[in-house]
Design a protein around this ligand. Structure first.
Ligand code: NAD
Length: 462
């Protein structure tokens, strides 16, 4: 039955009906593979508004890729570089990059309008739009703050206009004096690794940032903890971190032991059977990590749903969900911190959810736990001790990701659910994993306190 309905939805008639109600047919997204020689290939058009502060570092990064750069008139004038470092003037671009960091009042935003008005049709399928800005709350006056904040609305709306071709838009805000810290964020946003990250704002701070590692092996020599690592998103996280060079300690419950051991053996990782809510779990995890030399990346991925409307929900269903999804992760982090198992420069990542942001009927427990993950990350990312040690705390908030968890959603809800975003498709576990690997990249030390949604710009949720 499921197959027949899926078949109909993917048929010509099905697509016509979905199109009529505004649900587009998805474009296959281009994702990372090891055959890519560079984080960015193809033609890139780069321009800026007046007084662009991020042009130099943006150019430095793009020049360090296989891309061919074309500069707009303002970028030429401000950088003193020629219009094109390739042989011809391209008709289509893989990426449109606009540095709006110097714009200081609302009417100057017309410079961004001109750029996108003239060029947006030239963006390729699976292309990228990146806008560079300043955090509005760091601006010197209200007019500038309004102008810089306006760029968020622009970027999110552009994402909606290009989503049907599988293209995305990202806004990167860079704190004053943090210009040279843009590297890992700019490269992630422009690369195939961010295929399902759409309409997001990535904040770059002034924290001192180490040099960029090898793009294919950014986590070489690092140790990662992944809870819930035997299947779904957790498995993809473990595999991706190992692909990027990390040694992974995967944790999962006894019922998943065989799968966990198989998965960890395949990536030369270590397996630990533990229920993260058990009293001795933090100590067991800490002991295993000590044997590996401490931990550089902690991914609190293990999570469950126990869906019921609140009137029908038992206290056990409520408490179990809050305990696994939120409280256990906190207990483990606190224990690893106080036992000195977390290395300097480490990265802690919480896995939230779009339903934690938007709320969901029948998921009061789950949404509360996932919103709590964001609160924890917000608070911990400002902890003076962690800041001093260069430890970052961030979260991903996946939208509809194709896993066993979403396969359990009733058929029709699932069919529509996966299409209710600008890219008209569900994401893959690898999309969440790539974002976590970006947070864990040692060159992302200035990326702290971010909540990045991996949701293809879900229609629901702020
Ligand atoms: P999943 O159910 O496929 O995998 C979850 C894993 O966590 C399983 O291996 C499970 O055994 C493990 N786990 C559960 N309780 C545990 C415990 N007490 N101790 C140790 N391990 C435990 O789920 P998934 O879809 O891969 O989701 C992974 C994470 O992503 C979860 O936190 C989930 O809330 C979040 N998420 C998923 C989606 C989605 O669309 N799939 C969307 C938003 C957020």
């Amino acid at each position: 039955m499921t197959d027949r309905i899926e078949g109909f939805i993917n048929s010509k008639a099905g697509k016509k009906i979905l199109g009529a109600i505004g649900v587009a047919t998805p474009v296959e997204l281009k994702r990372y593979h090891s055959g890519l020689s560079s984080y960015l290939e193809g033609d890139v058009l780069l321009d800026c508004g007046d007084n662009a502060a991020l042009l130099k570092d943006t150019l430095r990064n793009i020049k360090d890729s296989a891309a061919v750069i074309t500069l707009g008139a303002r970028a030429q004038a401000q950088s003193g570089e020629p219009a094109n470092n390739g042989s011809s003037s391209p008709e289509r671009y893989q990426a449109l990059v606009f540095d709006a960091s110097g714009l200081s009042d609302s009417l100057q935003l017309v410079q961004a309008y001109e750029f996108f008005n003239q060029n947006i049709r030239k963006l390729k399928s699976s292309g990228r739009i990146v806008i560079l800005a300043r955090p509005h709350m760091e601006c010197g006056n209200a007019a500038q703050a309004a102008c810089q904040r306006a760029l968020e609305g622009l970027s999110r709306s552009l994402a909606k206009e290009v989503g049907k071709k599988g293209a995305t838009a990202t806004l990167i805000t860079v704190a004053n004096n943090a210009e040279a810290n843009i590297d890992s964020s700019l490269r992630f946003a422009l690369s195939a690794k961010s295929a399902y990250v759409d309409a997001q704002v990535i904040k770059v701070s002034t924290a001192s940032n180490p040099a960029l590692p090898d793009w294919h092996k950014p986590l070489a020599g690092r140790v990662a903890l992944v809870t819930g690592a035997s299947r779904g998103i957790g498995l993809a996280i473990a595999q991706t971190l190992a692909r990027d060079g990390a040694t992974v300690l995967g944790v999962d419950v006894g019922a998943m032991e065989a799968e966990l051991i198989k998965a960890m053996t395949a990536i030369n990782g270590a397996a630990l059977v533990a229920d993260i809510t058990a009293e001795d779990a933090p100590a067991k995890i800490g002991d295993s990590l000590k044997e590996l030399g401490g931990v550089d990346l902690i991914v609190h991925n293990a999570g469950v749903t126990r869906d019921k409307t609140i009137a029908n929900m038992s206290e056990q269903q409520w408490q179990l969900t809050l305990n696994i999804n939120l409280a256990a992760a906190q207990r483990i982090t606190e224990a690893l911190l106080s036992d000195g198992v977390i290395n300097d420069g480490a990265s802690i990542v919480g896995v939230s959810s779009m339903n934690g942001i938007a709320g969901q009927r029948g998921q009061t427990n789950y949404a509360a736990s996932k919103a709590g993950v964001i609160g924890y990350v917000d608070f911990m990312s400002k902890d003076p001790e962690l800041l001093k040690r260069g430890i970052t705390v961030n979260a991903v908030a996946p939208g509809f990701i194709e896993t066993a968890m979403t396969a359990a959603i009733p058929l029709m809800t699932r069919m529509f659910g996966r299409r209710l975003n600008s890219l008209s498709q569900g994401g893959l576990p690898i999309d969440v994993a790539e974002t976590i690997a970006f947070f864990g990249n040692p060159a992302s030390r200035a990326v702290n306190g971010n909540v990045v949604r991996v949701c293809g710009q879900a229609w629901f949720g702020a």
